[in-house]
Write a protein that binds this ligand. Structure first.
Ligand code: BTN
Length: 239
């Protein structure tokens, strides 16, 4: 385990991908400010300097690397549990990696990997949690919110970071032991449940109904009345 804090960096995830040979398993890198923070699908991750929790963890543990498919959802479940303990109400998970409060995005998870000889060598798990920021740009796909907006109080980023790191380390240990709690949390707090949404299946955009999350972490959907599993891809809302 190692904890690094940077004042300024392009992206905590890019930093770890650049330096993964130098650092050991479970190196956590946080930053006050990212100049090139990114999210899934190449989107920009906006964050005001010093107002939010931005960090990435380097994962070299082979058992965890093999659970690749489960880590995003489990991370979202950990964030949900922490927010719940901080008395933030109506928290849910938008499969596979977003944490929502009342339909607004409060946190996102981005899992990236580096492969060598077509085998996964390391994972970089990047997390952004909106803490004290109260103004967000309008070009975001989903409206954003923060802990401060939801509870009307300011938080110590340091304190949130300590709690989150502790719970992430516990999650890594639990997953290695085969603990299924995180999957149950995601199943029980599934923002998309019973919603009709547009899903990208192959190159097609289809209107589907979400009916659950499967034990293999895929999304259970109905496409033209037929049950299917969605493993990756983008889900957009039907307006
Ligand atoms: C998403 O919702 O698409 C995922 C967002 C992940 C953002 C975090 S902030 C810390 C780390 N560094 C990055 O550049 N991205 C992740």
């Amino acid at each position: 385990m190692k904890f690094i804090h940077l004042k300024n960096v392009d992206s905590t995830s890019t930093f770890l991908k650049r330096n993964y040979l130098k650092y050991k398993n479970f190196t956590f890198v946080s930053a006050d400010c990212q100049t090139n923070g990114h999210g899934r699908m190449g989107r920009v991750w906006h964050s005001e300097p010093k107002n939010n929790l931005l960090f990435s963890v380097l994962i070299k543990d082979k058992t965890l690397i093999n659970k690749y498919g489960f880590l995003s959802l489990a991370s979202a479940s950990v964030i949900l549990s922490v927010l719940y303990k901080l008395k933030i109400n109506d928290v849910s998970i938008k499969w596979p990696n977003d944490v929502f409060v009342k339909g607004k995005k409060i946190a996102g998870v981005l899992l990236e990997s580096i492969s060598k000889d077509s085998e996964l060598e390391v994972l970089v798990l990047g997390v952004g949690i909106n803490v004290n920021q109260t103004q967000f740009t309008n070009d975001l796909i989903h409206p954003a919110t923060s802990l401060c907006i939801e509870s009307k109080k300011k938080y110590s980023i340091q304190r949130i970071k300590r709690i989150i790191y502790k719970n992430f380390l516990k999650m890594f240990k639990d997953i290695k032991k085969g603990n299924q709690t995180y999957l149950s949390i995601a199943k029980n707090n599934n923002f998309l449940l019973n919603k009709e949404v547009f899903a990208e299946i192959g190159k097609e955009k289809k209107l589907v109904k979400v009916i659950g999350i499967n034990d293999d972490n895929s999304l259970k959907i109905l496409v033209d009345g037929i049950e299917k599993s969605l493993f990756a891809g983008e889900i957009t809302f039907h307006l």
